[in-house]
Design a protein around this ligand. Structure first.
Ligand code: SAM
Length: 267
């Protein structure tokens, strides 16, 4: 089916992260994981030739697809011209105004994985079923103590509960990408710890993992501009934190550190 659509429209892919998911059971499992209901408004980023889209329109109340490639927008318009619960937006998902939606289901363009994820998280939604490059997905869900636990893990888990649902082989796509992929469930929720200044929290996390081989004391004082270069601020941060490397700290530990710096600067 998918191959005949590619042939019919003369689409090859390989450009703009165009690797089309052709494995029908995997397409079904992504749709299942989204647990679609009649009143769901679903955003799909990068509709491609509509192989995931056709499953979404059959199950949810309304589907809004953002697709950047005008040739694929034409394919989607042609394929779904008789479908009434779909809106197709031609544009860059990083630039167009995001519509209101409660679920997001997408085989994402991997080159915008990080900015589009945080754009979506800042916009707000109830549930996301999103395909990423496997290594990126692992970094999103990782916990302290691992070499791949990092800024992406802490920043993502600040906004949401994340779970890697399944690893996907390159052979599930055409043209096959060079990398493995993974489907991730993203459930946004309010932060589970108090952060007094979000900007400062994210800067502490960035500084900590920017120098991940260094202990926190060095990471906080040697970043530019330094986050805590005065002895009186450093003295307030528990020695246990200052003597550890970033990968040994939990997300809430970074919150504690940033809250201490925030309070100390305020006084
Ligand atoms: N949904 C299809 C599937 O599962 O086979 C296609 C997924 S393909 C990995 C990514 C899609 O995103 C392509 O159709 C590509 O043209 C589109 N795309 C790439 N960059 C984009 C962007 N910045 N905004 C919107 N769509 C984009």
């Amino acid at each position: 089916m998918v191959y005949s659509i590619l042939k019919k429209y003369g689409i090859r892919g390989g450009f703009l992260d165009q690797h089309f998911l052709v494995n029908e059971p995997i397409l079904d499992s992504i749709t299942e994981a989204a647990d679609l209901q009649d009143d769901d408004v679903v955003l799909e980023i990068g509709g491609g030739i509509g192989n995931l889209t056709e499953r979404l329109v059959a199950r949810a109340g309304r589907i809004i697809v953002i697709e950047r490639d005008p040739r694929l927008v034409a394919v989607l318009q042609d394929r779904f011209h008789e479908v009434s619960n779909i809106d197709i937006i031609e544009g860059d998902a990083m630039k167009v105004e995001l519509p209101a939606f409660n679920k997001v289901v997408a085989n994402l363009p991997y080159s915008i994985s990080s900015p589009i994820t945080f754009r979506l998280l800042n916009h707000g939604f109830e549930k996301g079923i999103l395909m990423y490059q496997y290594e990126f997905a692992r970094r999103m869900v990782e916990v302290p103590g691992s070499k791949i636990y990092g800024r992406l893990s802490v920043d993502t888990q600040y906004f949401a509960d994340v779970r890697l649902l399944r690893k996907i082989s390159p052979s599930a796509f055409t043209p096959a990408p060079k990398v493995w992929s993974a489907v991730v469930e993203v459930i946004p929720r309010p932060p589970v710890f108090e952060v007094k200044d979000e900007q400062l929290f994210f800067r502490v996390v960035e500084a900590a993992f920017g120098q991940r081989r260094k202990k926190m004391k060095n990471a906080l004082t040697k970043c530019n501009p330094p986050l805590a270069n005065q002895e009186d601020i450093l003295r307030l941060i528990p020695e246990d934190f200052l003597g550890k490397r970033a990968e040994q700290l939990f997300p809430e530990d970074f919150a504690t550190i940033s809250n201490i710096i925030y309070e100390a600067r305020d006084n």
